[in-house]
Every structure is written in C-alpha cells, then in structure tokens.
Design a protein around this ligand. Structure first.
Ligand code: SF4
Length: 465
C-alpha cells in the first residue's frame, strides 16, 4: 500500500500531533457518549435517520427536481454542476456578476472538496474563511484541514497564538488563552462580515418540499455569512436533499449529539429563497454531482452518501486517532473518507484508503445514520482489486489460499510446509523475525504465533482415528 501508508508513517513521527489528536478525540468522544446516553430512544432515532436517507436516495432525481422547483418558487436560482470545475466556474461568475472580488465563507466540506478557494484565487477573487478553525488553517499558508468538524485539530493553542501574532492585524500581543484568541479572530472577521458583499456556504440539508436550505454551526459566523451579504451562494452535494421538513427534525436531533456532543446545535440557520427586505436579496443554490451519481450506482457503496458529516466515526477510529487527517490526502478523512473518497473519484484516487482500517467496527456503532462502514470498506477492497488491478499481491495470495482451503490434501500439505518453514524462525512459540517477501508487512510490527508442532487433524488421527 502506498499513499496513505507512507503519509501515515510520516505523521506518526510527530508526537505533538498525536498528543493533540488524543486529547481532542478523547474529549469529544466522552461528550458524545454522555449526551447520547441521555436519549432512551437513541437506537430508534438512528433507525429513523437511516430510513430518511434511504428514502431520499431511493428517489433522488425526483427530490432534486422538487427542490429546484421549491427554491425557484421562493425567489432563488438553482444551478447544476456536473463536477468541481463547473461548480467553481458558477461561483466565480456569480461573484463577478455581484460586482465583488471577495467572498466570505461558512465552513463547508463541499467547497473544500471542489477546491473553491484556489479556483476563485485564479480568477482574482479572495475567499475569506470565517469559521475559526478554517481561518486558522487558511492563515497558516500551505496547511490543510485535518478533521471534518475540527479542521485545525492538529494544532494546539500555543501554535495558534504564534500564528495569530504573525498574521492577524492588531494581534501582536495576543496570549494563548482561548478567549483572547477568539477575540482576536472576532475583531478581524467582523470587518469582513460588514464589508464583503457575497457570502458562500455549504448546506447540511435542503428540504425538497419547501426549498429550505440549512446550515448548522457553533460560532455564529455562519449566521453572519448567510444573512449580511447582498448575495448568497450555496454549494451543496446532491445527496444532502431531504424529502420533507419533518425529516429535517430527525436529522437535527441526531447531528449535534453525534458531532459536538451537544443536546442542541448552537446556531441552526434555515432560509427559504429570498425574503424582500430581510437578508440576501439574491440567492443561488449550486447542486453538485462530482461523482455522487456514480456512487449511487453501487448498491453497497451508495450508503456512503447517507453521511451527515457529524465526524463521530473519526473520533472513535483507532487509525485516525494515531495518524490524523492529513494522511488520508483527502477532504474527507477517517472512516467516512475511506469509503467516500475513492467512490467520488470513481476509483481514480484514494484507492488505498479502504485498507486504512482495522475493521474494528467502532465507526458503525456510533454512526447516527447507521452506515455500515466496515462492510463498505471490504466491498470497496474487492472493487479496487477487480476494477483497477491494484493490490495484486493480496489478490494472488487470496486466490492461492482459496485453492488451498478447498481441498483437504492441499490444506494439510500447506500446514506441513508452514511448520517446516517456520521452524528456524520460531522461538518460544512465536515467530519473532521479519518474514521475507510479501509477508514482510505482517511481521514488521507484530509477532506471529508459530505453527504448532502437531495439527489438530494429526492429533485426531493419532488419538481417535
Ligand atoms: S459516516 Fe456516519 S459517523 Fe461518520 S461522519 Fe458520516 S454520519 Fe457521521
């Protein structure tokens, strides 16, 4: 495995990163467990969430057309983007048409996914991130988000203090006290909120029957971006549509407890088209495909589209907790990234990510919409091997194992050969040295039990046969 494995090895050499990650994920995990434990009907809620997403995906085209009609009726304009390039071009064109060369942004995975900030920069348009963590990542030139919910989880507060001192105006003496850091960011952002004419957001949900679009966030910056500018442009993956307003209620119960470990989300902004004299007078909804239709065509993998980006699966993942998000090389890290990234790219990138898992199943247990991530990981491993010809060694090894296990004589001969082969490498019942060739990876970081001197079959023949 290349890509993730090499990047993970690199990240594992950074003890500060591991400390930051362990502290943050342990805290969020405990908060989530406490508030989820308060809800007696949590499992029923998860079932309901799963059902909503299954219904939405089963008839996606109809719901999207209904959403377009509802948004248009409410005074908004809907645009369809087949891929990242089309979506970026639409946002750039609309920004120019609004007479602006700047946008203020709500934290959004979809706009990260399409590389919107870089695309706008090429058109001479500056994007200002307004979510505190996204701002930190943006100010640290060359940095990238490493967590869905906490994009700067890889940085601690003294690193952030140094960054603010170096980059923000009037922050040369800021301390590493969280209140001070927030105040420095707040002073900087207020000026942007009040002067920039175009806001850009993602959407957590959009309701087909009413045309209502929603963003949930914790800082209030999203509310500023979606209410103060004259023009609001929302970029939304097509899988975010919900059939009815009642479905939104279920999602708003599931999301905050699973993501930030809160009973209720601090800021839930919902808007329906344009309201004369109140908020942006020009609203555009960009519906983004970018590999989602292709993902929907896979009867197993399509469940990845149910994701509501709560990040609970990242926080419980033993792999993510050690490597951090950058190792995944994708906008979507952790378990959800491992199943979403290869599918959205139609197996053109991220094809090593389905192997970036121990298949422990912790992600499935916490997922609020019950996405069976481990099963999808295994399914995608099969697809990658079959469709890309990757992981040839593993594929050949499995074929050889299947042939061996299918016949008693072959199986017993293989047992005998393994016993003889392992003899010179065994000590106290364990193989302690690195095995050669394709088995090297297995023994690089773990001991293997040595094959027993006598197999059960031989024992049975000798004693009971
Ligand atoms: S896969 Fe499930 S747990 Fe992970 S981010 Fe998506 S909704 Fe949350």
């Amino acid at each position: 495995m290349t890509g993730f494995a090499d990047a993970a090895r690199e990240e594992l050499r950074n003890p500060q990163l591991r400390r930051n990650l362990r502290k943050a994920t342990t805290t969020i995990r405990a908060k989530r467990a406490a508030v989820v434990g308060e809800v007696d009907e949590w499992e029923a809620l998860r079932d309901a969430g799963e059902n909503v997403k299954q219904r939405a995906m089963a008839d996606l085209a109809t719901h999207l057309e209904q959403l377009e009609a509802s948004v248009t009726r409410a005074g908004g304009t809907v645009h369809w983007a087949r891929d990242a390039a089309e979506a970026c071009a639409i946002v750039a064109r609309l920004t120019r048409a609004a007479g602006s060369d700047e946008v203020i942004k709500v934290k959004s995975m979809a706009t990260d996914e399409i590389g919107l900030n870089d695309a706008l920069a090429l058109q001479g348009i500056t994007a200002h991130e307004t979510d505190l963590a996204e701002l930190i990542v943006q100010l640290a030139d060359g940095d990238r988000p490493s967590h869905i919910l906490v994009p700067a989880i890889h940085r601690n507060r003294s690193e952030i203090r140094d960054l603010f001192r170096a980059t923000l105006p009037d922050a040369a003496t800021v301390s590493d006290d969280p209140r001070d850091l927030a105040e420095a960011a707040r002073r900087y952002l207020r000026e942007k909120f009040l002067s920039v004419k175009v806001g850009v957001s993602g959407a957590n949900f959009a309701v087909a029957e009413t045309g209502t679009v929603g963003v949930v966030e914790s800082e209030g910056n999203g509310r500023m971006c979606t209410t103060l500018p004259d023009t609001l442009i929302t970029v939304m993956g097509i899988e975010k549509v919900l059939p009815t307003f009642a479905d939104l209620g279920i999602m708003l119960e599931l999301l905050p407890r699973s993501s930030t470990g809160e009973r209720m989300n601090p800021y839930t902004s919902l808007w329906t088209g344009v309201t004369p004299g109140d908020g942006p007078q020009d609203f555009h909804l960009v519906l983004l495909d970018a590999g989602r239709t292709a993902t929907l065509a896979d009867p197993v993998g399509r469940d990845a589209l149910h994701c509501i980006r709560c990040s609970a699966c990242l926080n419980v993942c033993p792999v993510f907790e050690r490597t951090g998000g950058h190792a995944y090389g994708s906008t979507y890290p952790g378990p959800i990234g491992a199943i979403l990234t290869p599918q959205l790219s139609e197996l053109k990138s991220g094809t090593d990510l389905p192997w970036a898992s121990s298949l422990c199943g912790a992600c499935y247990e916490v997922c609020p919409v019950k996405i069976d991530i481990p099963s999808i990981l295994v399914h995608l491993r099969g697809r990658v091997i079959r469709e890309t010809g990757g992981h040839k060694g593993e594929s050949l090894a499995m074929e050889a194992l299947a042939r061996t296990f299918a016949h008693r004589r072959r199986y017993e001969a293989a047992q005998k050969a393994a016993r003889l082969g392992a003899l010179p490498l065994s000590k106290d019942g364990r193989i302690e040295r690195r095995l050669p060739g394709p088995l090297k990876g297995w023994t690089a970081v773990r001991d293997l039990p040595a094959p027993p001197k006598q197999s059960f079959r031989d024992w049975w023949r000798e004693n009971r046969g």
